[in-house]
Design a protein around this ligand. Structure first.
Ligand code: BDR
Ligand code: CA
Length: 311
């Protein structure tokens, strides 16, 4: 499956990239400020692709701040370096020429209806592209976003999920251009229920003994600490990998909802999804994934990490 991936590469984005290169055909990666500042996100995407044996995939830096707000990172979750503060060496190559927004605009025009776009960070790059081409979403085969919390249990505020909270105006631009046949969101609720790496899962991952498994395990160590502090339970989430798995293998979806969704941008409710479930609601603009095959997802994850790239 030809993929274009937009990411604020932190530790779970990196694991999603491992899934993408294993089962997809990644044509380009674009980066955006989110978990970490833009330059760090770009560095992490390069490190991950190179380690996975895909040093030919270009990485294009994009927006270094939300559309209208100052940037906010999640370095208290993913580490200062976004990769669990594991001291990874610099990548052997640099970013590719061309701004991410230009790539988001030009690649689907060159390959109309072929590319699947997966966004794993704040929606700033996609929104900036949409503001220049209102038909952009129709040029993709489908657009999958790790975004929102359809059950309104957030991870930044009680009701808001990070990618939407970080740039709610961008999320609104995307939602106002979306139709359910074109755009699917996989939210924090899905991750919380079906993509938590329990201590057993973590042991299985480590036991693979491959470089990619060790990498995936180590870079998530600050996320594991954060999740334990916040929930009181062992086990950390992999929201971006489960979104990527759904894009690559839509048969993993066991329940979905088509709804009219907007996002709150006011101070008190910033980033909260506004899902209209009234009988007289406007027509749906979005598909929300609500349940996935947890064991199927975890099998894919282990498969991707068991893979040993050719030198
Ligand atoms: C999202 O925010 C980031 O912390 C993760 O990488 C994921 O994209 C989860 O809310
Ligand atoms: Ca992310």
């Amino acid at each position: 499956m030809p993929l274009l991936i937009d990411t604020d590469t932190g530790s779970d984005d990196a694991v999603a990239l491992l899934l993408a290169v294993k089962d997809g055909d990644v044509r380009a990666v674009t980066t955006v400020a989110g978990n970490v500042p833009l330059e760090t996100a770009t560095r992490n995407a390069l490190i991950t692709l190179d380690l996975a044996g895909h040093a030919a995939v270009p990485v294009h830096p994009g927006c270094d701040r939300p559309l209208t707000r100052p940037p906010s990172t999640a370095q208290h979750v993913h580490g200062l370096d976004g990769m669990g503060d594991t001291g990874l060496p610099d990548p052997a190559r640099g970013p590719a020429d061309g701004h991410a927004v230009d790539v988001l605009l030009s690649l689907p025009r060159r390959h109309p209806g072929e590319l699947t776009l997966v966004t794993l960070g704040p929606l700033t790059n996609l929104a900036a592209a949409l503001l220049r081409d209102r038909e952009l979403l129709t040029r993709f085969r489908h657009v999958y976003c790790m975004a929102g919390a359809a059950d309104l249990h957030g991870n930044v505020t009680p009701t808001a999920e990070f990618n939407v909270w970080a740039d709610p105006e961008a999320a609104r631009v995307v939602l106002r251009a979306a139709t359910p046949g074109q755009v699917t969101w996989i939210g924090w609720d899905v991750s919380r229920r079906y993509a938590v790496m329990t201590p057993d899962d973590q042991r299985r991952l480590e036991a693979l003994g491959t470089p990619l498994a060790a990498f995936a395990h180590r870079i998530n160590r600050t996320v594991a600490d954060w999740a334990r502090d916040v929930t009181g339970l062992p086990g950390y989430d992999l929201p971006d990998p489960v979104a990527m798995a759904v894009a690559l293998h839509p048969e993993l979806v066991l329940d979905r909802e088509h709804a009219h969704v907007d996002v709150a941008v006011g101070d008190e409710t910033r980033g909260q999804l506004v899902i209209d479930r009234r009988r007289a609601a406007p027509p749906p603009n979005l598909t929300l994934v609500r349940r996935v095959d947890e064991q199927g997802f975890k099998r894919l994850l282990l498969d991707a990490c068991a893979h040993v790239p050719l030198p």
